[in-house]
Ligand binder design. Structure first.
Ligand code: MN
Length: 754
């Protein structure tokens, strides 16, 4: 009997002799069957040498994992085989990715080393596996910040995009087999998938994969809602099929008459997207008709495809009346991830709107296999496609960024991932893709940081607009610059893209850097005057007390007299009373009992790194407006005040997936005399004097301050929304119960958002 020690705890080690030989034989056959299937679905270059290499990788992996089993009890090699099959079949990847997929867990979990892999398959494969191993280690063990994971992923992505592609295949298979994981791991993996991997799959153009990842995440994170919607969708299945049968009949006949080669595919929406739509529209399931769409896929040559697609559109528009507002031409302007198609919505039988997507076989392949298909069809490899542009932008941004700003960057980057896109043109007609909400300044920085730094406005469709003007899709923008213009802190308010923010920050930093020597000189002089030692500990005290994050800013403020000798005296010689220190506190931070002295203890005296704001400072989140007494969680991001969210806040759930371990679930101790915003919704029978009765109760009986009151009266019913300030949930509960005692009041509830 042999026992093979393993490095990982991801799987259990079973002793081979205990299994009966029939089972082992069956498993061996199954492994070979899966391997043959992998070779079958592999469609790219498959010469003898390629086949031979893949076979060697398979042998090596099978041998290395031979005593390992998955949580499901199956032989471990099923997993790398499945990942390789997804990479080859569903993503259309080739030799190198297949080999990397087969070996992706060997370095982390078995005796095989990176050198072994390099000796057998060369540097390229070894580097991809190194990247994959690192990503795993970071998301498994590193406790500092999960958002750093994303940064690492992106960094490796710019090194070799296949790292991310194989990682996506790995994650998809892990999601497909998630049922065998313990519940808490399911939740962590599901939220990571929803917020990091599904958007990445989307960005790289793997739509089918993105939908499946979302669907599986949804299934494991919200099983009850998932089941409910799924059952309802099953119930309407037959009716839907009958309807579509009638709907498709005339389209089929017409297209056949025009001798167009086509295929009609019915796309049923995922439960996740139906749920999203229910949330977005606030409609119940029964009122959401479009749980499907129709794809018309045309077989034609690349030269004829756009003509044929429009011919099909014209034919369908003759049969069913299209909604002109919903026509989207992704053919002449593809999405940033390369997606092309015509989208239209037409009025079908019984007045039902049906979404129809028209595209060629080539576009269909790009929609399914994304990046790989995109490369395959790229006419001129020299010419930069939108995907390359995106990759380049990401890389550039990462190179510019300091490490400490990773978290902020990820925030901004994620906003960009989720946001809808707008398309803006230069005067010459060059196309730029920007997130929704982007301004003239964002556009200027997208073209060049120099253009951004000197922008004073823009000529927009022959109209002059300012730099904070929000752009819309289709705008043609000519940036107007001035040599004397320069970025200020104010500019951050005018931009949404990470690129513009980085550009502004760098410009300000560079300008301030020029003041460093002057600031140092001045500080030395002041220290001398005040008879204070010039050493780093004293300087750090000053930086902390003035809530700055960098020495560059600090010296700039010294040089420009924004921090005066009087200020310095009050911080370093606190025996003389100070009023200045309090004023420097950011206005939205509630001050705590910590004295400046205690703060100083946390400063490392030997390292010159940016310092944290007092960790007991906190801000109350606007997204859910928690008040003392609520179930809350505190989120600590280094260098930022702690955020307090209600545990059921959507934003908090999203943040948990990013900052995982920085969450502290804590009792919220109430600070005296501080009140918090709460929102109440009241439905009542309308009668004269009702509003007075309600406001009297709030302000006279309960002595609470209201910040606003909104009343809508319709058909004898009054709907009120009242914003008021309370100290805690108890106060609020008492008020609600008193409000309910008013005869006309039907319903009182607390609203989460502002
Ligand atoms: Mn794996």
């Amino acid at each position: 009997m042999t026992f093979y020690p393993t490095k990982s705890t991801n799987f259990v080690c079973l002793i081979v002799n205990d299994m009966d030989s029939a089972t082992i034989k069956q498993e061996k056959q199954e492994i070979l069957r899966q391997y043959r299937h992998l070779i079958e679905v592999w469609t790219t270059r498959k010469e003898t040498k390629d086949l031979w290499d893949v076979r060697r990788a398979f042998r090596m992996a099978a041998d290395a994992h031979k005593d390992d089993r998955r949580k499901s009890g199956e032989p471990y090699i099923y997993h790398p085989l499945a990942v390789a099959t997804i990479a080859a079949g569903e993503m259309g990847l080739g030799r190198t990715s297949i080999i990397a997929a087969l070996l992706h867990d060997t370095v982390e979990d078995t005796e095989i080393t990176l050198e072994d892999v390099e000796n057998m398959f060369g540097k390229k494969v070894a580097r991809i596996i190194d990247g994959l191993t690192k990503i795993d280690k970071i998301s498994e063990k590193n406790s500092t910040a999960q958002s750093a994971t994303l940064k690492k992923i992106i960094l490796t992505l710019s090194d070799d995009v296949r790292v991310i592609l194989v990682k996506l295949a790995d994650r998809l298979h892990n999601m497909r087999t998630l049922e065998f994981m313990p519940r808490e791991k399911q939740l962590r993996i599901a939220s990571e998938t929803l917020f990091i991997y599904a958007p990445l799959a989307y960005r790289l153009g793997f739509f089918a994969m993105k939908s499946e990842l979302e669907e599986l995440s949804f299934k494991y994170s919200q099983p009850d809602i998932y089941e409910e919607i799924k059952n309802k969708m099953d119930q309407v299945k037959q009716e839907r099929e009958q309807y579509l049968h009638h709907f498709m009949q005339p389209i089929k006949q017409t297209l056949q008459k025009q001798s167009i080669q086509f295929e009609l595919v019915i796309n049923v929406k995922t439960t996740y997207s139906v749920w999203k739509k229910m949330q977005r529209t606030e409609l119940p399931f029964e009122q959401i008709y479009n749980t499907f769409s129709l794809d018309v896929i045309i077989d034609t040559s690349v030269e004829n495809e756009s003509l044929q697609c429009w011919a099909v559109y014209a034919a369908i528009a003759k049969i069913y009346k299209p909604n002109n507002k919903k026509l989207r031409d992704w053919m002449s302007t593809p999405k940033a991830n390369g997606y092309e198609a015509i989208h239209t919505t037409v009025m079908g039988q019984n007045g039902r709107w049906v979404d129809v997507h028209i595209r060629s076989r080539r576009m269909q392949e790009i929609a399914q296999k994304g990046y790989a298909a995109y490369l395959k069809y790229k006419k001129n490899p020299q010419e930069e496609g939108t995907l390359d542009v995106w990759l380049n932008k990401t890389r550039e941004l990462l190179l510019m960024d300091d490490d400490e700003e990773a978290i902020h960057f990820i925030d901004v980057f994620k906003q960009n991932l989720f946001a809808e896109e707008i398309y803006v043109f230069t005067p010459k007609g060059d196309l730029y893709t920007l997130p929704y909400g982007a301004t003239v300044l964002d556009f200027a920085y997208a073209i060049h940081s120099d253009l951004g730094n000197h922008a004073i406005g823009a000529n927009l469709n022959r109209r002059l607009v300012s730099i904070d003007h929000q752009l819309r899709s289709g705008d043609q923008v000519e940036i107007i610059t001035s040599r004397i213009q320069e970025p200020t802190e104010e500019w951050f308010k005018n931009v949404v893209t990470a690129r513009a923010k980085t550009g502004i920050k760098n410009a300000i930093k560079n300008k301030r850097k020029a003041y460093t020597d002057r600031g140092k000189e001045k500080l030395k002089e002041i220290f001398k005057q005040l008879n204070i030692d010039y050493h780093s500990q004293n300087i750090h005290k000053l930086v902390v007390a003035s809530h700055l994050t960098s020495l560059i800013d600090f010296y700039y403020f010294i040089a420009t007299d924004k921090i005066t000798p009087q200020d310095i005296k009050e911080i370093l010689k606190p025996e003389e009373k100070s009023s200045w220190f309090r004023n420097l506190h950011l206005p939205f931070i509630y001050k705590t009992n910590k004295t400046p002295k205690e703060e100083n203890k946390t400063i490392p005296s030997n390292k010159e790194k940016p310092l944290k704001i007092n960790e007991l400072d906190y801000v109350v989140s606007k997204c859910c407006n928690p008040i003392p007494g609520d179930d809350v969680l505190a989120l600590q991001i280094p260098g930022e005040p702690t955020q307090v969210h209600r545990t059921d806040c959507n934003k908090a759930i999203q943040l948990m997936s990013v900052y995982g371990r920085n969450i502290v679930k804590d009792k919220w101790k109430q600070a005296e005399g501080i009140t918090y915003l709460a929102i109440l919704k009241i439905d009542a029978k309308d009668k004269i004097g009702l509003v007075n009765q309600v406001t009297d109760l709030i302000s006279l009986k309960h002595h609470l301050n209201m910040s606003s009151i909104n009343i809508e009266s319709k058909e004898g019913l009054a709907h009120m929304e009242i914003k008021l300030y309370v100290e805690d949930t108890n106060t609020l509960k008492k008020l609600i119960s008193d409000l309910r005692k008013i005869k006309e009041v039907i319903k009182v509830s607390r609203v989460n958002r502002t």
